[in-house]
Each structure stands twice: as C-alpha cells, then as structure tokens.
Design a protein around this ligand. Structure first.
Ligand code: FES
Length: 391
C-alpha cells in the first residue's frame, strides 16, 4: 500500500542543512519518491523530483551551475526556485521550451531541510513549530550521523522509544513524540544529555534517522557523544533488521504522532519490537540458513535464459543467458524506442503483463520496481522463466 495514504500530510526532514554546501547535490527519498536537494549560489535550497522532465534521467546525477541544475544527459538546465528550463545546449539560439522540473516545498529550519508531499494542486500545510528542535539550533548542538534503518517509520519510532542515552540506564530514560516524526529522548534525572531524533520515511520499508544533541560541548565531548550515539543507533538498526529478516510482519503496526503540547512518554510506547529482535538475534543461525541459501541460489540463476511472450504482436522470443533482452527483441524484429541503452533515460519503458522483471536500471523508483508492471528492456531481465510484455 502507498505509505503516503496511511497518514496525513506532514513535513519531514530530508538532510542536515549544514551538510548542503553551495554546489552540493543530495539524492534522497520521501515515501519512495526520489528527490534531489540542492542549494543555489544565492543560498536558496531546492527540493525537486529527481527526474529530468525531458528524458527522465535523475537530476541528482547532474551538475550544479550557479543558479541552475544541469541534467547530465542532454545538458538541459533548470532554474532554482520554479524549476523552469533555462537553456538547451543543442539549441543555443532558440528560447528554452516551457517545461519545468517538478518542485516540492522546501523549508530550511532547525538545522534541517524539510519538505512535505502535498496533494495535487493544494498548498502545503503550515510548517509546525517544534519546540524541542527550536532549543537545539546549530551550532549549539552536536549533529549525529544519519543512520538508515530497514524498517518503516512506526517501527523505528517504537524502537527508539526504548533508546538508552549514553551515561544513563534504561530506567532513567523517557521518549517523547513531537511534530513531524520528531522524537526526544530525555534522562528523567537530568544527568545525561538529551537526544533529538528526526525521522524521514525514505524508500518503502526504510527510514532515515537524523539526530542532534543540544548543548555547547568542546571538541572531545562532541566526538565522544557522536561515537556513543552511533554505537547505540547501530544496535537499534541491527535489531530491527534481525526482526524484519526473520519475521517481516513483526514490525508492522502504526503509532499515531502526538502534538508537541501533548507529548507521550515512553511508558505508552511499548519497545516490544526491539526486545523481540534482541531475543531473535540469539536464535540458532541454522534456522535462517535455508532461506539464505535459497536466495543465493536464486540470484545465481537470475542471469539465466528466459522467454518473452509478446502480447500485441504475438510470438515468443528466447533470451539466452549472454544476450540482452533488447538485443533479443531486435533480432526478433520487435521495435522498442531507445536512447541511452544504459537504463538511465526511461525511453524503453515497457509494460509487463505477466511474470516478474529483474530490474537493472537506475530510472525506476522503489515503488515502481515493487509494482513490477513495467521495465526498462535495455538493461533489465526476468526473475521468472517467462515474461509477457505489452509489445
Ligand atoms: S533506459 Fe534509456 S533506452 Fe532504456
């Protein structure tokens, strides 16, 4: 199910604003949508769909050119702000065509770049005040390295509700929820420095955890805090991955976000997922080995031969192990429009009516891959013995 439909529109942090220097181009995802985040020379931050409106190549593969972002494929340039096409190198004397990069709302606040997925044609919701982050403005805070976890937002939130701060024990820590996927972990006796985690639902089933520790620390203290938190975040990540490998459904479920003025302490956010993960990590590895062996065997067979049925024109095409699907289709006389033939432009996108494609391109996003109803035939193959294409 589309993760965006499971919750109302919210603002989410995409990256630390300080990590986005002028000239930097950052690729990320929100709810499976590929996004490019970049800062123009005038300091303005842009969040755009990571897809050139000309031929669909990822703009994050392109080049920063002052106040424009240039697609690496045909060199089209798109302007900071509205994303309007400004120049087409192949036609230097013609006016630029009236197309735009698809822009998303972009706000730089509390040391992060934020965006929200707005409904078609609707204005974004107002950016919320997040009191916990307002008190943690850079540079008076220690940024933690962003950690990507193989679990959905609700599961990560639940796992972090059991987070233990450095220099505290579990009984002394409490987690509170704020707006927009923000969670604070505090020491009840005030002896340990609090931590603030800002969660980003990235690709399907993956969540990025950004974090800061508010306060003024010297260099040695900053390093010690960063190391201690990284070790704890790694442990949470490993525990979540262990649960999802053994029993994917164990992490499902949702946890409503409470408004900032009505924070929910950890006592009501059961850390059941992490407890279960730690127990399961002790399980005999032999219980998991058959599945791992089976998947290794499957991957060694993925490049093998397969057969493609052509639904519209009739006939079948055998694709040998050492031949690309595109070459086999051409040899059969099937016509497929192509351009890059490297899986980056999207020109050869073909509907799949039956069978499971093995995607090898960089053009489709995570949701499109998971849907399995289209493929780029210049580089991709089949996971199943046969595929039926709408050709
Ligand atoms: S993705 Fe460019 S031709 Fe296939």
């Amino acid at each position: 199910m589309d993760e965006r439909r499971q919750e109302p529109v919210r603002w989410y942090a995409l990256c630390a604003a300080g990590a986005l220097d002028k000239g930097a181009i950052h690729r990320t995802e929100l709810h499976g949508e590929g996004l490019v985040v970049w800062r123009a020379d005038d300091g303005r931050v842009n969040v755009w769909e990571d897809r050139c409106p000309h031929r669909g190549v990822r703009l994050s593969l392109g080049h920063h050119r002052g106040d424009t972002l240039q697609c690496q494929y045909h060199g089209w340039r798109f302007a900071s702000g509205e994303g309007a096409c400004r120049a087409v190198p192949a036609h230097p004397h013609a006016s630029a065509p009236p197309i735009h990069a698809t822009t998303w709302p972009a706000i730089e606040r509390y040391g992060f770049v934020w965006t929200c997925a707005r409904a078609e044609g609707a204005a974004p919701t107002a950016f919320p005040a997040i009191d916990a982050l307002a008190a943690a403005r850079p540079p008076d805070c220690v940024p933690l390295r962003t950690t990507t976890m193989d679990a959905d937002l609700a599961s990560v939130k639940r796992a972090l509700s059991a987070y233990v701060l450095p220099q505290a024990d579990a009984a002394e820590c409490a987690a509170f929820e704020c707006e927009s996927g923000t969670l604070t972990v505090e020491s009840l006796d005030g002896a340990a420095c609090p931590a603030i985690f800002v969660l980003q639902p990235a690709q399907k089933g993956k969540t990025r955890v950004h974090g800061v520790v508010p306060g003024d620390f010297d260099a040695a203290q900053r390093l010690a805090l960063q190391r201690a938190h990284q070790a704890r975040l790694n442990a949470v990540r490993d525990a979540l991955e262990a649960v999802s490998e053994v029993q994917p459904d164990a992490l499902t479920g949702s946890l409503a976000e409470a408004p900032a003025q009505n924070r929910t302490p950890r006592a009501q956010l059961s850390p059941v997922a992490v407890t279960m993960a730690l127990v399961r990590m002790d399980a005999a590895p032999s219980a998991m080995s058959p599945a791992i062996d089976a998947s290794n065997q499957a991957s060694s067979e993925e490049d093998g031969p397969f057969t493609v049925h052509l639904a519209r024109s009739g006939g079948s095409v055998d694709v040998p192990a050492n031949t690309s699907l595109l070459d086999a289709l051409r040899a059969h006389g099937a016509e497929v429009p192509t351009s890059c033939e490297q899986g980056v432009c999207g020109t050869c996108l073909t509907p799949v009516l039956d069978g499971e494609p093995l995607h090898r391109d960089v053009w489709l996003d995570a949701r499109e891959r998971a849907a399995g109803d289209c493929m780029l035939v210049c580089v991709s193959r089949a996971r199943t013995p046969t595929l039926t294409l709408d050709l």
